[in-house]
Design a protein around this ligand. Structure first.
Ligand code: FAQ
Length: 311
């Protein structure tokens, strides 16, 4: 009976085991899991654009090869995640349709422009750094296919983060103009990176249920604090200033205090009003439409193979 399945589901969660695709699960769990996985997949795919913007203008062959590889990894993560969503019945065409018609979200961070090559380094350092901080606990998420996808993705993200830090270290030991480029990129990306963790806990409608289901293992504010604590010493080692006069060590709390985040800005960006939202979605839509012939050809090929087998 339904009650029996429900008890099994609750036991699996209580014992810290994984829910697998063939298991019964509550409709609301399926819905929130598809929402989070789809948003994550869309973020990886849209996230290719800000950095992709610099591939043709990378300052050396080495930097170009590194950047190409990183952006390709992001495509891989996106496809991997769409596959995880498919195990829950989320159809990839349908999810893409929702993305390009603005009915599904992707991370706010990718709605900011990349104005110099230092932004590539700062995205690696701060954006991938924040992504890792958020995603390492998701390796223990209750939904098996998502948790396992996170293991591989986190390994690649760690490499991306080191890549960004190394790039910034190189620029910081270069000319004064290079150091200024890095500082400018840090000034623009610091606050948006803190917003990646989502709204504050008292304004986060999904956190309580997702924690109860062990989809999320920490709240948005807990992970944001962890990221700040981890990043301040890295900024010092790099020799950049984080643009927050209120940032200071609090010995009582054993954490860094930081200034107030502009939540109106996050709301605006999430609801489509960020500096690059329209451009990002338009670009994704154009790529999808331009790729229609590839999908048609692949489907025709698959049909032909199938017919040959049947003869
Ligand atoms: N941007 O109730 P909550 C990457 C939405 S890393 C946009 O707190 P939840 C790697 C939220 O979906 C970036 N929307 O929600 C990379 C919800 O929407 P609803 C991707 C946001 O789910 C690096 C509503 O607001 N990472 O791509 C944001 O419990 C470099 C209420 O929020 C992931 O997706 C935001 N910042 O917690 C690639 C990680 N924050 O209900 C390329 C997995 C919140 O209206 C280059 N996701 N929203 O549909 C998560 O951990 C969670 O979904 C959170 C949000 C923490 C993002």
């Amino acid at each position: 009976s339904e009650r029996h399945f429900e008890r099994y589901f609750e036991d699996v969660i209580a014992r810290d085991q994984r829910i697998e695709p063939r298991d019964w699960l509550p409709e609301a769990y399926r819905k929130t899991m598809i929402r989070q996985i789809a948003q994550h997949a869309h973020s990886e795919i849209i996230g290719m654009q800000p950095e992709g913007n610099w591939i043709t203008r990378a300052p050396s062959l080495r930097r170009k090869a590194i950047l190409l590889a990183k952006v390709q990894d992001e495509a891989g993560h996106g496809l991997y995640l769409y596959s995880a969503a498919e195990t829950l019945g989320g159809d990839r065409d349908d999810l893409t349709e929702k993305l390009i018609s603005g009915r599904q979200k992707y991370s706010s961070i990718f709605n900011y422009p990349t104005l110099s090559f230092a932004d590539v380094g700062v995205i690696g350092w701060l954006v991938d750094g924040a992504a890792i901080c958020n995603q390492v606990p998701l390796c223990r998420s209750s939904y098996g296919p998502y948790a396992r996808a996170m293991i591989r993705i986190c390994k690649e993200e760690s490499f991306h983060q080191r890549q960004g830090y190394e790039l910034l270290m190189t620029m910081m030991t270069g000319t004064e103009a290079q150091r200024e480029m890095v500082q400018d990129a840090v000034n623009r990306y610091w606050w948006p990176s803190l917003m990646m963790f989502g709204p504050p806990d008292d304004d986060s409608p999904n956190t309580a249920q997702s924690m109860a289901w062990k989809i999320k293992r920490h709240t948005n504010d807990e992970l944001r604090q962890r990221f700040v604590d981890m990043t301040v010493p890295q900024a010092e080692a790099l020799g950049v200033t984080l643009p927050d006069p209120d940032l200071s060590w609090n010995a009582d709390r054993g954490h860094y205090d930081f200034g107030a985040i502009d939540w109106d800005e996050l709301k605006q960006v999430i609801s489509g009003g960020g500096p690059c939202n329209t451009e990002r979605v338009e670009r994704r839509r154009a790529a999808h439409e331009d790729g229609a012939w590839v999908r048609e050809a692949a489907a025709a090929h698959a049909r032909k193979q199938q017919q040959r087998k049947e003869v």
